[in-house]
Each structure stands twice: as C-alpha cells, then as structure tokens.
Ligand binder design. Sequence first.
Ligand SMILES: Cc1ncc(COP(=O)(O)O)c(C=O)c1O
Length: 391
Amino acid sequence: LSINRFADRLGRLGGESAFEMLSKAKALEAQGKSIIHFEIGEPDFNTPRNVIEAGRKALDNGFTHYAAAQGYLPLREAIADYAKKYKNVSTSADEVVVVPGGKPVMYYTFMALVSAGDEVIYPDPGFPIYKNLIGFLEAVPVPIGIREENGFRLDVKELKSKITSKTKLIILNSPANPTGGVLTPGDIDDIAEAVKDKGIYVLSDEIYERIVYDGTVKSIASIPYMKDWTIILDGFSKAYAMTGWRLGYGIMNKELAAKMTDLMINSNSCVATFTQIAGIEALSGPQDAVCEMVSQFRKRREVIVNGLDSIKGISCMKTDGAFYAFPNITGTGMNSKELADYLLNTAGVAVLSGSSFGSFGEGYLRLSYANSIENIEAALERIEKAVRQIL
Ligand SMILES: Cc1ncc(COP(=O)(O)O)c(C=O)c1O
C-alpha cells in the first residue's frame, strides 16, 4: 500500500527555483566548494537596529499573546498612513490585513477570489508563485510576455488583447522580480483604463516599491476608480531587510479584507505580536536604513550590469528597480538552465535560470545583487572565464 495518498491538488503545485538552487548550492558548499550566491532574493543587510530594538522591547513588555486576526490595530493604522505617504492611496485600518510575509497576500487573494476556470493574467517571466497558485486552484493561466525590447515592462496593448469575460484577476509586479522592470505612471494609467468597469481585480505586488533607482513608481490603487478593485501586496521583507520576521500586509476593500481575515483565522490566527510592533517602528521610525540600502544596491547595480554586459556572449539591460540583473545569455549558445547549472558546477556561481520564471524568461539568467561588490567582482571574473571556455 502506497503511503503517498496525497490530494490531487498537490500534483498541481510547483516550487520556487530560488529555494531549490539555494539547497543545491549549499550541498556543494558542504563538500568544500566555494560558491558565490546570487540566487536568493533577500537583502544581505541586517534589519535596522531601531526595528530590532522595538521588537525586543515588545517581548520584554509582554507582547507575547495573540493579536487580532486582521492585525494589531496600531500597525494597521501605521500601514494606512504609510500608504498615503508612499503610495498616494487613501485607506484606513479596516482595509488592511496583516499577514506573515508578502507571499500570504497572494495565497489569500487567490483563495478569496479565484475559482476553477477563472482566467488569471500574470507576468511571464514573473514570480513563480503566481503561476503555481493558478494551477493549484485550477484557474486558467494567461501569461503576458515581459520583453526586453519593451524595457521589461508589460505591453498594455497585449494585456488588452488577453482580457475576456472570464478574466478575474490581473497580477502586476512593479518593480518586478525577476527583471527589475518598472511600469511607468503612464503604463499604470493605461492598464487602469483597460480594466475599468470590467469586474476585474488587480493584485498589485508592490514588495519592491522602495527599491527604485530611476523613474517613478505609481500604485494602480492611487487611481480612485481602481482603489476597490485593487489588492495591494506589500511587506517588510525587502525594504526593511526583514525576510525572516515574516511580516507583510494587504490593502483591499473592506469586504474583501473581512474575507481575508477569515482566511487568517482559519490558518495562522495572527502574525506574531512583537513582530507587528517592530513593524510599526519600521514604517514610522527613521527611514535612513532604507535609503542607505538602496544607495548600496545602486552601486552594485552599476558593477554587475556593466560587468555582465562586457562579457562576450552576454548582454545586460539596466533596469530601474528591485535588486536583480536579468542578462540576456543567448550569445553563449547554452539555454538558461544549462548555463545556470554550468556556472554553479564549474564556476561556483549560483544564479537562477530565467526559464524558471516562465517561458519568456528563456535566454536569460537572474542574478540577485544582494551581495558585496567584492563578491560581485569575483563572480564576474569566474563567469567571464567559464563562458569564454564554451564560446
Ligand atoms: C515579487 C515578489 N513578491 C512577493 C515576495 C514575497 O515576499 P515575502 O518574503 O515577504 O513573503 C517576493 C519575495 O521574493 C517577491 O519577489
């Protein structure tokens, strides 16, 4: 008798290549190999000191009990203030749901809105979880190609052509993983115009909103008629280097917020209370650490993009946000997966294959430059040497 009597839905659930590559790279490191890491998408900076202190103090002050399932009210209020300041979105605490990380906003949005057979438009290449959830819930995947020739921004004309009466949800992610592409305010206006009055929700993944080098980021929820149709996904992982704290939030209309709270009650109960208090300090306290981190990323972006671009067989566009380089590697003669495996095994450089973010990612690699300039330079040398050997 097989012990693998799993539910069918598990057969439809994919993984996340970054975590898979990390474990492969760690296994090589355990054998004594030197590996330079560009696979995992988390800032290499520490959580700002004032935020850590706020969390520690909260523990000392007895914030060790359950919080409200929707989120600790003072944090939800701080999030509403923050949304006004940074996103130009007028909202209130009853439209905010605090969840353990940005990812659960995706999961809960899908659980609350998407039924089998609904069409979901999502970016390709894009964060793998979008597509995984579509498959998990037997919805219909409608990828929209994110192309280099369009500056790694989605093409609104193409988006319009993919909208049907069955479209339930459109996922936007700007600044984007894995390309770093940023939608312009004009793109956002055009997208809003395209979905207006069609009963389509937009999941706006704004987790990299604070990590922008050039250009302006606009939240689609700042357009008044889009506000109630948008679910903003944001959190503390990237902007405040708090990946391990597991703290994120969704902003959505009140009715949907109540449904998402029901999903929280049925799964997590609440986010750790002291973590939420640290979150208040992150949003309301000094923002110097965010600025300092972004200025470091900006320097690294120069080094990694220019370095990759100068390697024969590789070209690399400079994009405006997040901390990912997404070089075109078609000139190497290898496909994305072959090259990623080759670089790991022969050069000791862990990168992700662009194709693990969708078929439009074929011909590219993703390198997270959450690593020191010294390591970036060493890795560029290793990559150059390895690629020279196959040309
Ligand atoms: C586009 C995108 N959205 C959401 C997340 C999830 O962030 P969190 O770690 O807060 O769940 C990530 C993390 O890599 C991401 O790249």
